[in-house]
Design a protein around this ligand. Structure first.
Ligand code: SAH
Length: 274
């Protein structure tokens, strides 16, 4: 169920016409929707555009954990916080508010267009026949970039982002993509690597990769990337990495055949001759 918390008085403080620099046309009657990628968490790693939009909208809609990440930016906005897996409720509520004439930001962690809220929100707009509602999609720093920055430069060559969550995708499809990315020597950035109830997929991923890559291939585990003191980094190997703690706040970066350690840095050479 949705829980709605009201923080302060939003009435009359901001409306859609006060949003500057928007690429879409908005009208007072219809309001405006923003889909906002808030980055990995720390406000320092949010784009300036994200900060200005969050500052100017009347409503911010999001999963409550992500609302907590942007608490320092909440002043007058009304907050609609929902639980995990309530993406569709969140979208419908945001669309209802925008259709009533409000300016509404739907937030996602990282980039909203990478396993975030952007796609489902547009699908809901389509289903409701409201694709003409003013909409702006604002990118954010995705977990792969955030994690890579804490490891060195592991994503310097072609890479594949794969989510191991089988909530919406059959495991057979995920497994096939892991196999083909392994065969193609892509660096892998793995999202949703392991949850309490889903511990085997990361082991299977390791086994598949070991068929194609050396056991010594560097692997970086980054937990809560770019979240200040909460962040942790572990550099390990393909042979060993599943012996380390991995959870849903971790991004796993598995090097390709060229990836190596240069001192403390995990680097995939791009091919420059030095
Ligand atoms: N839209 C998000 C991804 C959502 S999927 C983005 O673009 O980053 C959720 C997964 O992203 C998590 O299970 C984890 O693997 C990864 N993730 C998100 N934030 C992270 C962070 N700060 N540090 C490490 N991994 C993160």
């Amino acid at each position: 169920m949705r829980s709605s918390e009201l923080t302060g008085n939003s009435k009359g403080t901001a409306n859609s016409t006060e949003i500057q620099g928007s690429g879409s046309h908005s009208s007072d009657q219809r309001g405006k929707l923003f889909i906002v990628g808030i980055g990995p968490g720390d406000p320092d790693h949010m784009t300036a555009r994200v900060q200005s939009v969050l500052n100017e909208v009347e409503f911010i809609v999001g999963y409550k954990t992500y609302i907590d990440l942007i608490r320092p930016l909440i002043t007058h906005q009304q907050i609609v916080a929902t639980g995990m897996r309530q993406e569709i409720d969140r979208c419908r509520e945001a669309i209802r508010l925008a259709a009533e004439g409000h300016s509404v930001a739907v937030i996602s962690s990282g980039d909203a267009g990478v396993y975030g809220m952007a796609g489902i929100l547009i699908e809901c707009l389509d289903q409701e026949g409201l694709l003409d509602l003013p909409l702006e999609i604002i990118p954010g720093v995705t977990a792969a970039s955030a994690a890579a920055s804490m490891l060195g430069a592991p994503l310097m060559h072609d890479f594949a982002v794969i989510s191991l969550s089988d909530l919406l995708t059959p495991w057979e499809v995920i497994e096939k993509r892991v196999r083909l990315a392994a065969e193609g020597d892509f660096i892998l950035a793995i999202y949703n690597p392991k949850s309490k109830g889903r511990t085997q997929h990361i082991e299977t991923t390791r086994e598949i990769l070991l068929r194609y890559r050396s056991p010594e291939t560097p692997v970086g585990l980054v937990r809560e990337a770019l979240r200040g003191d909460e962040s942790s980094v572990q550099i390990t190997t393909l042979a060993d990495f599943t012996n380390h703690p991995i959870d849903m706040l971790t991004t796993v970066i598995i090097g390709n055949s060229q990836t190596r350690m240069l001192g403390p840095y995990m680097v995939t050479p791009r091919g420059y001759m030095l």
